[in-house]
Write a protein that binds this ligand. Structure first.
Ligand code: FES
Ligand SMILES: [Fe+2]
Length: 405
């Protein structure tokens, strides 16, 4: 990893130019905390289990209540369906996000026991409900639960992902993406495990279609002419190719990219629309939470699902391992062209190699970087407004966005 280290120059710049540091005290951290962030795939949070969570350089506890903690005393046929069908769907129990530590003596709450919709500490059994209120102190002759409350965070599940609001006060409404809501179509959720570079490396990759020509050379894409403009939701980037095709990508402030892969068609093997959130784990790592929607249903959807059933489960550690091998000179991209994840490995190589926290002041941006320039301009403008206590732009998304013009 030594080859990818860079000097952190963000200390010497005005805080609104520092997009990289997103801990609770940093300006970019304050800004990101004004928006809901995805933290986990819904399917990965098992009912009755708690897990530790690290996001934005802070630790939290995520848990899901038990699926069916209190079976109905009524026998079958007396006003209730059989239990197996009542709760046949996965993850109908509520998810909760709490502080990382127990208020008693600070152990890690994710090691505890989920009981019904509550969480009991592993160390001395204090119990908390989903709001963070302590409701039991089993060893205390005179419990003082009412005085003990740990922080809890607003949480919602949508499009197969769990979103948490880490800011103070009332959260804004969770943004909706209606083109991705049709449950009859194929929706897939992908999570890229933590990559060892700052989230903004990844943010700047999306409005940069030129990299596809070079970093994904095997696709055979010609060099596009780039254009970018501010919109109500963020930045629209247009990439115009020599054959007349125009690709339109959408960057939603502050950390979501929307784009299309392939071209939409009647066939399940063709295009898909994608939402990709880039979320800091800490300042040196980020994760990607991706929703892909293939707009086919019925027989075409069934064909697709059948093919997926016969495929091996993707191993999310493969991309970082191959990427590191390329960076270390042990492999070359040319050795990997047949690999199903070669595109992600190529992105990993370019982004991690920029440095954990790149010195953006040292960049030499040109006309083809207009998308990157526009994203940086909006981030800087909004962060400066936040720092100076001025109103921020309220980003609004239209009901429908097309990926191509
Ligand atoms: S540390 Fe949690 S109950 Fe003691
Ligand atoms: Fe890429």
């Amino acid at each position: 990893m030594a080859s990818t280290q860079t000097i952190d120059t963000t200390q010497s710049m005005p805080p609104w130019k520092d997009f990289a540091h997103t801990g609770p005290g940093a300006l970019a951290g304050r800004y990101l905390r004004l928006f809901w962030q995805p933290v986990c795939r819904s399917a990965d949070l098992v009912a009755g289990r708690a897990v530790p969570l690290k996001i934005l350089s802070e630790d939290f506890t995520l848990y899901r209540g038990e699926e069916n903690p209190h079976p109905s005393p009524l026998p079958e046929g007396e006003g209730t369906a059989p239990l197996s069908t009542q709760h046949s769907a996965l993850n109908t129990a509520a998810a909760h996000a709490l502080a990382f530590r127990c208020a008693h003596r600070g152990t890690q709450l994710s090691t505890g026991w989920v009981e019904g919709d509550d969480l009991r500490c592993f160390y001395h059994g204090w119990k908390y409900d989903g709001s963070g209120q302590c409701i039991e102190q089993p060893a205390e002759p005179e419990p003082f639960c009412q005085r003990i409350r740990i922080r809890s965070y607003p949480i919602q599940e949508y499009l197969g992902l769990i979103f948490v609001y880490f800011g103070d006060g009332e959260p804004p409404p969770l943004p909706r993406y209606p083109e991705f809501e049709n449950d009859d179509e194929i929706r897939e959720n992908t999570v890229y495990v933590s990559w060892p570079c700052n989230f903004f490396n990844r943010i700047e990759n999306a409005p940069d279609s030129v990299h596809v020509t070079f970093a994904h050379f095997q696709i055979g894409q010609k060099i596009p002419l780039m254009d970018a403009r501010e919109t109500d939701y963020g930045v629209e980037t247009r990439s115009s190719y020599p054959n007349g095709e125009v690709e339109v990508d959408h960057f939603h402030m502050p950390n979501l990219s929307q784009f299309q892969i392939g071209v939409r068609g009647p066939d399940e093997t063709q295009g898909r629309d994608r939402l990709a959130w880039r979320v800091p784990v800490d300042d040196g790592h980020h994760m990607s939470f991706i929703v892909s929607q293939i707009h086919v249903s019925g027989a075409a959807a069934e064909r697709y699902r059948e093919r997926q059933r016969n495929r091996p489960q993707p191993d999310e550690t493969v991309v970082p391992a191959l990427g590191e091998a390329v960076l270390a000179g042990e492999k070359h991209i040319l050795d990997l062209l047949e690999h199903p994840n070669v595109v992600q490995v190529e992105d990993y190589v370019t982004l991690v190699a920029q440095g954990v926290i790149p010195d953006r002041q040292a960049d030499h941006l040109g006309r083809s970087d207009v998308g990157v320039i526009e994203v940086r301009r909006l981030w800087e403008r909004e962060m400066r407004a936040l720092a100076e206590g001025r109103p921020l732009k309220e980003w609004v998304r239209p009901d429908h966005l097309e990926g191509r013009g």
